[in-house]
Design a protein around this ligand. Sequence first.
Ligand SMILES: Nc1ncnc2c1ncn2[C@@H]1O[C@H](COP(=O)(O)OP(=O)(O)OP(=O)(O)O)[C@@H](O)[C@H]1O
Ligand SMILES: [Mg+2]
Length: 418
Amino acid sequence: MIRRGHPENIIVGLDVGTTKICTVVGEVVSGTLSFRSMHISSSKGMRKGAVVNMEETVQSVRNALKEAESSFGVEINSVYVSISGAHVKGSHNFGAAGIGGRDVTYADVDRVLDSAKAVYVPLDREVLHVVPAGYTIDGQNGIKDPVGMTGERLEAKVYTVTGAVTSMQNLLKCCEKAGVEVADMVFGPLASAEAILTDDERELGVAVVDIGGGTTDIILYKDCWPSHACVLAIGGNHFTNDIAVGLKIPVTEAERIKKCFGAAAMHMVSDSEQIAIVHGGQDRMVLRRHLAGIIQARTDEFLDLIRKEFLSCSGYDIASTGVVLTGGGALLEGLSSMAEAAWGLPVRLGGPMNIHGVQDMLNNPICSAGAGLVLHGFEASSERMYSADAVRGVFGKIKDWAKEILKIKKGGIEYVRN
Ligand SMILES: Nc1ncnc2c1ncn2[C@@H]1O[C@H](COP(=O)(O)OP(=O)(O)OP(=O)(O)O)[C@@H](O)[C@H]1O
Ligand SMILES: [Mg+2]
């Protein structure tokens, strides 16, 4: 039986990906977050991280919520949802506020972040996050927590993440039509990073590469702050499509053999191993090395694309501890070692760490964003968003725009731009 009403201490993360929806339920008891359930269900109607068929996406979200509700036994009314896609962009900005020789308060930090938010944003874009990236008081920079310090002028360096209004509205609309309110929308790799990075990596410098089905999201951290983010319109589905074309088999079978027998490079498999491909009700034997050859061509191109991205954003200087690969695409056998060779950086496979409650989530790269969304919700609900010791985290100020642009009318949804 499903208990009606969404208890306030329940936080739900809904990672709506191109291939799957990961619904994660967390519960806060006495100020401590425990993970209660995790569900993976299929996602339809999304392409390269964006909604392309609303009806299908709405139905997929409905199914995901229904499954999560029946397993957890509690109605879900509100979710933290992830957003990605090539339309999401990041930029560095600054804000400043006068303090007048007194101690800096949380309200001052709010003011300085608000002023940093007042940058020119084209009408077709909306600010998703204003992530603080260090404070300066009267010329003294490198301050992580300015609250309580004395000064005349407080400045903030911020990383601003913006997205296309239409893409954000479409996802919001799908969630609302599926019957849930969106508590906040979080850029996918920011959520993933929250769940999978160690404090040392964040401090010393690291890159997160989240390889999904339709997109690959990259985010770099240094000194605990994000310093660059981008989304590449390529993901695990490209590998699958290459296999389907190369072996003349349906995409579903290509997906199956990629997961069961795929390898990132030919030298990783033996010369003679044969695998059975099922097509049209018949088995066909193929050399596994042939499959690896098809995948390797895509692996080389994919890793080179990311290497060029690192070069263009000083990634080699920033990611001094290396790269953490996450997302389902990172599960391709041998991809981490190929990446290490191609990039000349240490590479590890990452999934949610220190997760209590749901063992299936632990170190599982497919749930990184889902787990990170719940962590984000927990941080937001703990009202620790502006204190720099909590901004390890980092999502910056919670925005109201989601609620402002969505005005729900009886029997339908009306959109108004703020
Ligand atoms: N064991 C595996 N080996 C190889 N690839 C895998 C494996 N498991 C999953 N994948 C691939 O991971 C991809 C899906 O990853 P993920 O679930 O992170 O994507 P998504 O969140 O749905 O998509 P996106 O983030 O692009 O919107 C698919 O291309 C799938 O084939
Ligand atoms: Mg994803």
